[in-house]
Design a protein around this ligand. Sequence first.
Ligand SMILES: *[C@@H]1O[C@H](CO)[C@@H](O)[C@H](O)[C@H]1NC(C)=O
Ligand SMILES: *[C@@H]1O[C@H](CO)[C@@H](O)[C@H](O)[C@H]1NC(C)=O
Ligand SMILES: *[C@@H]1O[C@H](CO)[C@@H](O)[C@H](O)[C@H]1NC(C)=O
Ligand SMILES: *[C@@H]1O[C@H](CO)[C@@H](O)[C@H](O)[C@H]1NC(C)=O
Ligand SMILES: *[C@@H]1O[C@H](CO)[C@@H](O)[C@H](O)[C@H]1NC(C)=O
Ligand SMILES: *[C@@H]1O[C@H](CO)[C@@H](O)[C@H](O)[C@H]1NC(C)=O
Length: 930
Amino acid sequence: MAISFSCSACSQKSSATKLTWFFALLLILATMIQVRAQPPTAGFVNIDCGWTNSSAYIDNTTRIVYRFDGESVEGGLSHEISEEFMAGAANEQQKTLRSFPDGPRNCYTLASIIGKKYLLRALFTYGNYDGLNKTMDGSPFLFGLHIGVNFWESVNLTNTDPSDTVWKEVITVAPSNAVSVCLINFGSGTPFISALELRPLEDTMYPFVNTSVSISYFQRFRFGNITDPITRYPTDNYDRFWQRWPDTSYPWINLNTNNKVKSLDNVFNVPSDIFQKALTIDTNYSHMSIIVATGRNQDGKSLQLLPIFHFADINERNLSRRFNIYNAEDLLFPDFSPLRFQMDSKYKSGEFLHADAFFNLSKTPSSSLPPLINALEVYSLVRMDNLTTDSADDKYIKEVKTHYNLAQRNWNGDPCSPREYSWEGLTCDYSKSNQNPRIVTVNLSTSRLRGGFAISFMNMTSLENLDLSHNNLTGAIPDYQLKSLKFLDLSNNKLDGPISDSILQRFQAGLLDLRLEGNPVCSNVKDTYCSKKKNTTSTMLIAVIVPVVLVSLLVVMGILWKLYWKGKSGDDEDSMYEEETPLHIDIRRFTYTELKHITNDFQSIIGKGGFGTVYHGTLENDDEVAVKVLMEKSIAESTDFLPEVQTLSKVHHKNLVTLQGYCQNKKCLALVYDFMPRGNLQQLLRGGDYSLNWEQRLHIALDAAQGLEYLHELCTPSIVHRDVKTPNILLDKNLVGIISDFGLSRAFNDAHTHISTAAAAGTPGYIDPEYHASYQITVKTDVYSFGIVLLEIITGQPPLLMDPQTVHLPNWVRQKIAMGSIRDVVDKRLLDQYDASSLQSVVDLAMNCVENAAIDRPTMTVVATRLKGLLPAVSSEKQSASATPRRTYSMDSEIPRQFQLMISGASNEGSSFQSGHTNGMSQMSLLSGR
Ligand SMILES: *[C@@H]1O[C@H](CO)[C@@H](O)[C@H](O)[C@H]1NC(C)=O
Ligand SMILES: *[C@@H]1O[C@H](CO)[C@@H](O)[C@H](O)[C@H]1NC(C)=O
Ligand SMILES: *[C@@H]1O[C@H](CO)[C@@H](O)[C@H](O)[C@H]1NC(C)=O
Ligand SMILES: *[C@@H]1O[C@H](CO)[C@@H](O)[C@H](O)[C@H]1NC(C)=O
Ligand SMILES: *[C@@H]1O[C@H](CO)[C@@H](O)[C@H](O)[C@H]1NC(C)=O
Ligand SMILES: *[C@@H]1O[C@H](CO)[C@@H](O)[C@H](O)[C@H]1NC(C)=O
């Protein structure tokens, strides 16, 4: 009925309707065609930094619309690259840039949707814009990038060609309705930026990225016979840059298909185009290796990498293809078989590998075909641990900034965070580690403020001190109800209006310190807040007298107390727990009740040592901690406890366990450390079912060596650990070695170590022989113990072993080597999977550390350097062991050129990739496995 009615009703206009329909259809068709040709760029933010024309333009190659950066940044200077590079610039974005000579941090703010996942890319083309030849003048040229309030990566342009374009990408979740990117001045050259691109991703993509974890682009390759050096939008809807793997010559074999490759999940949304091409090897070969090492201009020391492999078997014939995927000796994915004509991505959610990645795809015996790969992404971990300023405080202080037009002040990015870049004139409260920082002080004295009082101050509910003195403020002092406010300085302004009752009341009640002198309003008011001297002296007096009296009282009481207990000489246990005069210690002080709560009534014991018992605990913010409750007896000697804690709270190194807090009172004496989930090195070497591989062992040895080096060389005075041993080397979740129990030995003198002999220090088997003779503790004492640790790492044996009589590990190693070969000392759990040349060097180094005379032992710096030197050798061991063709390419300095090629469309040459760089970051090598 409805249909016929509508038809008849429209009948007179039928021809017109048809025409409309026709056009509508055409339009739909046209849109469809357009969608086909160019996927939507909705949500893309494209900023050409330094572009001065406020009208947008369409990029000639990508057809993406770019805009100027005026609305997303304050400050900085626009520049064009030098004339000589203009002609070579492949696109508009490369031609202009914005530099930031002023201020330690300058931020771009891009509108975003809170909680949405984005890919953010920043591009840098120096182009000698300042005529200073900064990249080539021999001095370091680098600056930092923050994503929000967290460190993202550094941009190192030292020794790069001025025409190069470097890019950085991060995949992150928008923390609010804006994403900010900040350039950090490291004092090694003026930061600048050429372009910024924001691409929304589906929320299902990259599932391990969340509000506390972002990932930074390290490498992204596609394989097969591809013409474009870089594949990006519109092939990739999300405009990721996929670089072409440089080498596809024999015995590499390109696979191609025109058949459709199905996609079943939407975790990565890799373009199907990428899956239609793959790289495999000649069937005579059985494995392929992909090395993605750290490049010259990347700081690889602290990187943790996450690989994502993309596969689809596009072989027409249905033959079995199975392979193992390794990273070095770690089997990441056993017996993997790519699906036929269907995408399959392999990754370990949230599991980051340590440092360089050496991937090996190795055919399994049952497979008919060799391995294949279509694409590979590698990201590094970016922790988003730092909290942003309380959102209300942030909003209101930004209103204040707008109100008083404070753009020139370099009030940029987050007001309080990270701490060292907080806005000048603000003081924030960071004391609650799991709460956003709050603003407690705003000092805008002498800031040329004019106009009325910004009412936004009134909504900053943590504000305690507000100093607006020496400005040109006019009008009234408004009804300021803020209870937190304790100090309000409005002196030397032009305020002439009335003072609100609420302020006066709080002043009269002594809750608010008010200063108004030097304002017209004081000409007819004669109260203390208007008369400078009287007011200040009275507060000064109170401020001085009270503490002085209190301190004197405390001192007198303290002396009396000490005298009293001296007399009793410790026959009452309580005397040992007495509080010392509090020192200034930056870490948290716990109460006994808190510790009881944190450890769930001291339920779970995770260790026992010479100093006491260690319990597992969980803080309010779910951080896991180890609570070391010190033995009562040792407390007797603990007069050094607080100074020691103070020292330890200042020791910060990635290989030293972090002290989170302490407890010292009548009921407890305890230290609270970060919890290390993988236990200690002794357990890993000799217990359990997990076996460390050779490279992991060397990494842990290096970690420990670096921790000790820090204690010896960078602490003043040096800290001698005195009890270096495998149980004191803990492992975090990424198997990074972390040294614990340092420093304690000084505070808790000799009596409480593992040995009963009163004079000795350390643990049997680890003790420096010179110590027995001289009782001298030096840094070389630790070197000796470290040598024993290194021998344990190699052999898996304890420091004192029964063979059949007790024998000291260094002697056992000497005997074995003398009687047979160096291979006989190696831990059987390594299953002969180790590098023979590095083995010899590590054994030599260990034996060097356990020399009888301290003077013959190396310093920890030397030890660390030698271990570091051994690590890359481990990665390449497999290659040197093989005589098959092997190619090495540097991608590092080629990236920019590829980028230009891609943009200029001149993509038909490939030979320049092979031009003689050898210290590159990416290599692919072939290994025969016949
Ligand atoms: C795009 O190309 C045209 C012609 O090739 C050129 O005139 C124009 O300047 C280019 N525009 C931009 C923004 O590069
Ligand atoms: C920049 O410095 C390098 C190395 O000192 C030099 O070879 C080059 O000619 C310089 N270029 C310019 C434009 O000054
Ligand atoms: C967090 O802030 C601290 C101090 O403000 C800074 O040292 C640290 O590098 C920041 N952490 C990250 C992940 O950026
Ligand atoms: C790559 O593909 C092109 C055509 O797209 C073809 O001409 C060329 O021979 C191929 N090269 C290899 C090594 O397969
Ligand atoms: C920056 O790159 C230069 C040249 O490759 C390198 O020597 C330097 O160590 C790098 N600096 C940092 C901090 O990574
Ligand atoms: C401050 O907060 C109150 C509610 O507590 C609100 O009514 C007022 O609009 C806020 N003032 C400003 C300046 O945002």
